[in-house]
Design a binder for this molecule. Sequence first.
Ligand code: PLP
Length: 488
Amino acid sequence: MTCNTGPKNGFMTGTYHISTEDLRPSPQSELALYRQLYERFRAAIACGKLQPGDRVPSIRSLASELNLARGTVELAYQILSSEGYLVSHGAAGTLVSPELSGAVLSPPRPSAVAEPDSHPLTTSGAGLLQPGLPALDAFPHSSWTRLAGRNLRALHRTGLLSPDVAGYAPLRQALASYLAISRGIHCSAEQIFITAGYRGALDLICRTLLQPGDSGWFENPGYRFAREFLQHSGMQLHSVPVDQHGLVVEQGIEQHAGARFAVVTPTHQSPTGVTLSLARRLELLRWASQHQAWIIEDDYDSEFRYQGQPLPALKSLDHDDRVLYSGTFSKVLFPGLRLAYLVVPAALVSGFRASAGWLPGAGHMHLQATVADFMAQGHFARHLRRMRTLYAQRRQYLVSAIGEVFGKRLSVDPAAGGIHILARLPPQEDDRLLVRRAQKAGFALQALNDWRTEEAEAGGLIMGFTNIAGADAARALARQLLAATDSA
Ligand SMILES: Cc1ncc(COP(=O)(O)O)c(C=O)c1O
């Protein structure tokens, strides 16, 4: 309703300042007629067309004027009366409550929603060279939608009932088989918890095994979003450096031997891509056993390795049950799924189930059932095989193009695995500045120094390559990046 003060018309006379037309519900609206009538009265009261003490038409006359059922008007009046907008005065009829205050009469103004802080690491939609994304053009949409559609149509009991707190049982079963074959982890389905992304897994760990104020090692540089999540959960993080053999375990022990936990990305350190050496793996496990500390293994993209076989997970060497292992479907399927998983030691299953019981869980069973079918019917293994070959090729396109266009200014570790590359800059270059410039030109790459707890001398650019269509596209992107980063 517009709140103008134009001439009165219609049947309303005397104290009525409103025409019946102002109250007429719209047949096009999706709202029920009584609800529309209620809203129109409220709006008329709010903008002063109906004042406290004004008499409103009787139910019968308004119903007849608007050609509505009496029950419709009656229902609207009942709600307005129950909320205190209208009062009945017996034979005198129904009035707008004389006691309505100015605060009720003027509708609250919606407060302006603050623009979100521009976050240097996020983009809406896929940006150029965005790290962390799988190849969007190579996802097997038709198999996926066929399975998803079948699950939706079947709407079987699993999707209707309250789910198991640990997630969909056949998916956990499929994961147990997959982890044994591809990661060397031998666990039962009962030890697996499906979570809402990796942060869901961290949340479950924090709430089951840790207390706010507990201290832990965190790789420096390291996965920024996990660091922020743990800090927000009250954990005290100690930065432990990373070199060409991964986390410098010796330094962690020297400086923070008493920590309760360590978060590591042993297969491909995030973001440098290096592998934690066997000697350091054993040293880390020894420290955890001696100090009864927990190791959180984030195995986020181990499936993609371009030289030799993927290494078994750190968890596969864990004889004292100190490792909590987490994997995600964000890289191997797609990040919009928001599905990850956590493997916990058998002795901790009941404690984890207790916490999972009061947490929101990983969402609808239908998606979990679709992932389970995708794995059980062989689509998953096929997709991974295809993506390994494709990513090796696309990685090479980008590495060659960077070499051609940037020369010695950027250097990439040729051995690193995963689905992004880290191109290191010489010490005099400011990676954050270059990234800001590149973002203005549509790039979504990230600055190495944003993944560090303190700025180091040399920065770098973290870039995704999975969505580069070919060698020419890679060259064009590299040239575009050079032009964008060199622009003042
Ligand atoms: C280092 C690292 N760990 C874990 C994840 C997975 O996070 P999520 O399962 O929340 O998508 C990512 C995703 O980008 C990552 O880069």
